[in-house]
Design a protein around this ligand. Structure first.
Ligand SMILES: [Zn+2]
Length: 255
């Protein structure tokens, strides 16, 4: 009996190696860039990697809530990529993947806040709806648009994968994976943050900006924008959109 089981597993691996249909998105690198989806001809994948801003010196323990943080305004218009979300867009949260320091129930609250901000920024051209919860914490073209904590490469705070058809620029699938190796928290505030950790809503708001079609901005003139490409510990200013973020979003859907 045991021999048969081993024979079955062996055959399964052998067949799997000959037919790439068994491969699961392993060919899409976790590196910022645009790729063809090897498993789905005609679908292009844009990968965004949210990097950490290099810090000087070491943060000091413990973990107090620090308030009166700046939330500066910026009118630098954020650039757009070339995809569009359909008018109705459903998202799928994975509460069980949320770090306990953030709280699984808080993901729903954060997501509702942030999708609403971006919906308004587009002039309510996109209506976001919360779908069934997901148990996956990996990106794939499965028609679930997932927000989850999972494994990403060492220096990425979060990675967002946008799959779209280049023929009409319509998005077909989006996934955001937050890196569970980093310390996370949620202050539920625009001006307070927990020291020594990354504010979950701060980074999530940025990632959802990619969903609607905005690019990463790395120039210093964008350092106060939600779409600034670097993230820092104890940063919450990305949770509120700047005028430049809003104009960028509005321009995509109102031309
Ligand atoms: Zn980004």
């Amino acid at each position: 009996m045991i021999k048969r089981v081993f024979l079955f597993i062996f055959c399964f691996i052998l067949i799997g190696s000959f037919f790439p249909v068994f491969a699961k998105n392993s060919d899409i690198p976790e590196v910022a860039g645009t790729y063809n989806d090897p498993d789905h001809p005609g679908v292009r994948v844009r990968v965004f990697v949210h990097r950490i801003k290099p810090e000087k010196g070491k943060p000091t323990p413990p973990n107090p809530l620090i308030c009166q943080l700046p939330d500066p305004e910026s009118s630098s218009q954020v650039a757009a990529e070339n995809w569009l979300l359909p008018v109705q867009w459903t998202y799928n949260l994975n509460p069980d993947s949320v770090p306990s320091t953030v709280g699984k129930d808080n993901l729903t609250i954060m997501a509702e806040n942030d999708f609403e901000s971006w919906s308004q920024a587009t002039g309510n051209r996109i209506i976001f709806t919360k779908g069934t919860n997901s148990t996956t914490n990996r990106q794939s073209l499965d028609y679930q648009n997932v927000v989850a904590w999972g494994r990403t490469s060492g220096t990425a705070l979060a990675v967002t994968y946008i799959r779209y058809y280049p023929d009409n620029n319509l998005v077909v699938d989006v996934d955001t994976i937050m890196n569970n190796k980093f310390p996370w928290s949620w202050s539920n505030s625009m001006t307070c943050a927990y020291q020594n950790s990354y504010d979950a809503e701060n980074i999530l708001t940025h990632e959802l900006g990619h969903w609607i079609g905005l690019d990463d901005m790395y120039e210093l003139s964008y350092q106060d924008a939600t779409m600034y490409g670097y993230g820092s510990k104890m940063e919450v200013k990305k949770t509120t959109l700047t005028d430049g973020d809003k104009i960028g979003a509005y321009t995509i859907y109102n031309q």
